[in-house]
Design a protein around this ligand. Structure first.
Ligand code: PMP
Length: 391
């Protein structure tokens, strides 16, 4: 027998561990750190939602649900998608409740990819897309959006990388890590490409509730696109429910049924108490979501303006809770900047390069933290820049 390592699959061996981890480990060993690193709300899940989960336990709902999730929850999701985003899905055949948007992404990719199929990943992007495509046997094809374009994808950039093997594009608006939100007409341009080249679009709409400027458009609501869209969403961000691990995926029936096959064998169902919590979140959580959104918007306005005043130029992110300033004025690489800032001023941010090549020269700062801490972080960053800004 060789070393245990020789048993590992080549695909897994080649996966790189997430670059965010190193910084969390570093920060975890230090005191007094202000973390702008983690991508999650600073709010606790609304009480009514927690109470619904407690009640479900008290009433003894502790067994599996249907594979696709509680029918009542799927019906509520269908109503929510229709009312909030103008897209209608059948709760019985087109909606699957998943263990976070993460599992939805995983089963969507596994349901559609054959070995060697290509999936376009628009970078800077959420760190899971590339590894999940590889794990599903596909080939990630990365395209770099640029700061000059507000990190928006241009149709010709997509066309340049489409081949006979391209099967899907992963779209994320509002985006993690840039906060960039695409308008209806920008989504139309992507839709035209999807139509012309007969592609699917995995639309990650996990930040749809956190859109601050203008109307949010779901990709599935673009004319003719519902049949090409696998719409991924969940409760983690908008409803402040990261730890509940609850998401959902809406897709045309054939794709939904294929995803359900994987889901029933690999997961059985999403956690029952979390499904009851989600049901309550949709029924009564709207005003809480609105309050949280108002608070993020206030913090975004303060934080982004302050970064720009310090010379860390930053476009105004249309959604999510991330600012993605340029740190080029310091002459430091994004990793050097993040490490030095942490060690010298105890502020944790995430180096932009881990989100893709075009993320280099930037850092991701989550402003989902209190105003007081944001103000203190700005003070510390200002001290840091006095020492580290190039003349
Ligand atoms: N998509 C994006 C763009 C994200 O930022 C995240 C969480 N960071 C996820 C999906 C996963 O969310 P969930 O907690 O629902 O698995």
């Amino acid at each position: 027998m060789n070393g245990t390592k020789s048993y590992l699959s080549k695909t897994v061996e080649e996966l790189k561990p997430s670059g965010i981890r190193r910084f969390f480990d570093l920060a975890a060993g230090m005191e007094g750190v202000i973390s702008l690193g983690v991508g999650e709300p600073d709010f606790i899940t609304p009480w009514s939602v927690r109470e619904a989960a407690i009640l479900s336990l008290e009433q003894g709902y502790t067994s599996y649900t249907a594979n696709a999730g509680l029918l009542e929850l799927r019906e509520e999701i269908a109503g929510y998608m229709e009312k909030s985003f103008g897209v209608s899905y059948s709760p019985r055949s087109e909606i699957t409740v998943t263990v976070g948007a993460s599992q939805a992404l995983d089963i969507a990719l596994r349901a559609i990819l054959d070995p060697g199929d290509e999936v376009i990943v628009i970078e800077p992007s959420f760190v899971s897309y590339v590894p999940l495509v590889s794990l599903a046997g596909g080939m990630p094809v990365q395209v770099q959006t640029l700061k000059e374009n507000g990190f928006k994808i241009l149709p010709e950039q997509l066309e340049n990388v489409i081949t006979d093997r391209t099967k899907a594009i992963i779209l994320c608006s509002p985006n993690n890590p840039t906060g960039t939100m695409l308008s209806g007409s920008e989504l139309e341009a992507v839709a035209q490409i999807a139509e012309r080249y007969d592609l699917l679009v995995l639309s990650d709409e996990i930040y749809a509730e956190l859109a601050y400027d203008g109307e949010y458009t779901s990709f599935a609501a673009i004319s003719g696109m519902k049949k090409r869209t696998i719409l991924i969403s969940g409760f983690s961000k908008g409803f402040a429910m990261t730890g509940w691990r609850l998401g959902f995926v809406c897709a045309p029936e054939a794709i939904s049924q294929a995803m359900l096959k994987i889901h029933q064998y690999a997961m059985m169902c999403a956690p029952t108490m979390a499904q009851f919590a989600a049901l309550e979140a949709l029924k009564t959580g709207r005003s809480d979501v609105e309050d949280m959104k108002k608070s993020y918007r206030r913090r975004r306005n303060y934080f982004v303006q302050s970064l720009n005043e310090l010379g860390l130029t930053c476009h105004v992110p249309g959604g999510a809770f991330y600012a993605f300033p340029s740190i080029k004025s310091t002459g430091l690489s994004s990793e050097e900047f993040a490490e030095k800032l942490l060690l010298e001023e105890k502020v944790a941010v995430v180096p932009g390069n881990i989100f893709g090549e075009s993320g280099e020269g930037h850092v991701r700062c989550s402003y989902a933290t209190s105003m007081e801490l944001l103000q203190e972080a700005i003070k510390r960053i200002s001290h840091f820049l006095k020492r580290n800004q190039k003349a």
